[in-house]
Design a protein around this ligand. Structure first.
Ligand code: N01
Length: 540
């Protein structure tokens, strides 16, 4: 018999179920929907107080999607697609969270979710082939299948700087804004970090703050989003052509509906090239680096796009001395390209000051601000836009033990290895959504989550039919997958940058590129494995 608790609404909350899902974001919500559709009993644990994951936590001013909203949304139900009205091309965080809340309520999923609860440990019991799951709320649940939808960018990291706990003002990481973002009106604010987040949050804070210090370690490339309200006509056109829009994106390496040009940037003259870059700049968004086919494979071709953006920075930033400090000199796109709404324009405000760590290093954080080599900067608020222990951080935070007590932390000590980004050897009946080895971080994560979850749900159904108790990635298949990922990475510019893609933003993390770069190829591999009775997996 199943042990049960009685929930708020008088419904039994099972302590023993078919599936436990960790994470109530983009991936977890759809996993919950799909498992319920398949008639499985499910519990979902979410650390936040509401659903949305990334779009719950990152509620900082300026947070906004950089893939058009009508693409960055679920495709599984045509009715859902048809009834939702996105207000802007790139909708802001509150709108995204509203959407994810709507999905949860529309399909009656909320009652299966336990909020404000972190899964701390999970252990596979080989005698029963079940996972034991423990939470920080002291709950113990066991399940047959464990789905980890913890997100690749959900474990915030802070600079390792002396005095970080000493600061008497308000300090907050952008990825924890939901816990209570500060009111910066009339305050002196320091933002540390100039990645996608820093480029989004700073212009918004600068509008409110008395003074904004932007602390920059590496200048970033950013292109304008050219965001705008989605007109009724555009909205209608999207609704009428949704299938075609989705189908088109599926053919793209990142599952995006952008126009990709296959020509080499080096085969056209400089004038033509600049005209093409100008068109892309005006169009806005991530399509900028799809202007030519070799910007991610040739350092020389990449340099032409980089130079174009540098020229733009010079044109936008009025103070040319300041523009010098903002000039990126690395490869464009090798660290994820920022998409902004007035980032470089912000530097023309007289309440914004750039603090360039390359010539004025941060020594420590004091009670009242930042102690720099050149003196103290007193501030009231410190905003850490310093990023995440990406891809593996949230997974390895959980003490996960597979066969023979093997810990995932040990198994992945040299970097994660998976087969299809979905399973990993030694951890039976454990499935990853948007995991390492999938195109997570490079592709539309909503659609990727759907593809992963559909695959998992079909796999579970297959196991039922075949009478299999466990499924586990085969080590050989996993090694082959790792080789393919490395091969693709080495043919690209990605490994050349110190980015979260390769783990370079976390001291001591093994340097490895573990994302799949080609969505159509990725999907085909997943489908082929399923078709062949889940090849690359051991079913028992
Ligand atoms: O994090 P990041 P993020 N001292 O790691 C700096 C997605 N996203 O939160 O470049 C000083 O990219 C660090 O400096 P450096 C998107 O996939 C999307 O901005 O390492 N500075 C860097 O400038 C994105 O890529 C959107 O030298 C320090 C910054 O902090 C991913 O999330 C919006 C430092 C971190 O940049 C992560 O973006 C936001 C230190 N000790 C995020 N440590 C959209 O637009 C770090 N930095 C949809």
């Amino acid at each position: 018999t199943e042990s049960v608790l009685v929930g708020e609404h008088g419904r039994d909350i099972p302590q023993s179920c078919d599936v436990v899902i960790v994470g109530g974001g983009v991936g977890g919500i759809y996993a919950l929907y799909q498992m319920r559709q398949r008639g499985l009993s499910v519990r979902l644990f979410e650390a936040g107080s509401d659903v949305g994951g990334t779009w719950y936590w990152n509620s900082y001013p300026g947070a906004r999607v950089d893939i058009p909203s009508y693409e960055y949304s679920y495709s599984f139900d045509p009715e859902l697609q048809q009834e939702w009205r996105w207000p802007e091309k790139y909708s802001a965080q509150p709108e995204l969270q509203k959407y994810f809340r709507h999905v949860v309520d529309r399909y009656d999923l909320r009652e299966y979710i336990t909020f404000d609860t972190r899964v701390t440990a999970t252990r596979f019991d080989e005698a029963t082939n079940r996972w034991h799951v423990e939470t920080d709320g002291g709950e113990k649940v066991d399940c047959r299948f464990l789905i980890l939808a913890t997100g690749p960018l959900s474990e915030p990291i802070f600079p390792r700087v002396e005095g970080i706990d000493r600061f008497k003002g308000v300090s907050i990481h952008t990825g924890q804004w939901a816990q209570g973002g500060p009111d910066v009106k009339g305050k002196r604010v320091a933002v540390i970090g100039t990645g996608s987040t820093g480029a989004q949050v700073s212009p918004e804070l600068a509008k409110e703050a008395e003074k904004l210090y932007l602390v920059q370690r590496t200048p970033a490339y950013s292109v304008p989003s050219q965001n705008r309200p989605l007109s009724d006509d555009e909205h209608r056109e999207v609704l009428e052509n949704y299938d075609a829009i989705r189908a088109r994106a599926r053919k793209n390496r990142s599952n995006l509906g952008i126009d990709v040009c296959d020509d080499s940037a080096l085969d056209v003259d400089a004038e033509t090239r600049d005209r093409i870059y100008e068109e892309r700049w005006e169009m806005g968004g991530l399509g900028f680096t799809a202007a030519f086919g070799d910007l991610y494979t040739s350092v020389e071709a990449n340099g032409t796009a980089a130079e174009f953006v540098r020229k733009k920075i010079r044109q936008i930033v009025m103070d040319q001395g300041l523009a010098d400090h903002l000039m990126p000199d690395t490869l464009i796109g090798a660290k994820r390209l920022c998409v902004d709404n007035g980032y470089f324009q912000m530097f023309n405000r007289n309440n914004v000051e750039l603090v360039d760590l390359r010539e004025n290093n941060l020594i420590e954080i004091t009670e009242g601000g930042l102690l720099m080599e050149r003196g103290e900067i007193p501030v009231d608020v410190i905003v850490f836009a310093t990023g995440f222990d990406a891809i593996t951080g949230a997974l390895l935070k959980i003490d996960i033990r597979g066969r023979d007590g093997l810990s995932l932390r040990e198994a992945w000590a040299d970097g994660p290895e998976t087969w299809l980004g979905i399973g990993t050897a030694g951890f039976p009946n454990l499935f990853l959504v948007n995991g390492p080895g999938s195109p997570a971080g490079l592709a539309n994560m909503v659609v990727l989550a759907e593809d992963n979850v559909n695959w998992i749900a079909d796999c579970i159904a297959h196991m039922e039919r075949a009478g299999a108790e466990t499924i586990e990635a085969d080590k050989a298949a996993q090694s082959e997958w790792a080789e393919r990922l490395t091969e693709m990475a080495e043919a690209s510019i990605y490994p050349l940058a110190n980015s979260w893609y390769v783990g370079a933003n976390v001291p001591g993390k093994p340097r490895k590129f573990v994302s799949h770069m080609d969505y159509p190829e990725y999907l085909k591999a997943c489908q082929q494995s399923a078709k062949a009775g889940y090849s690359g997996f051991l079913l028992k």
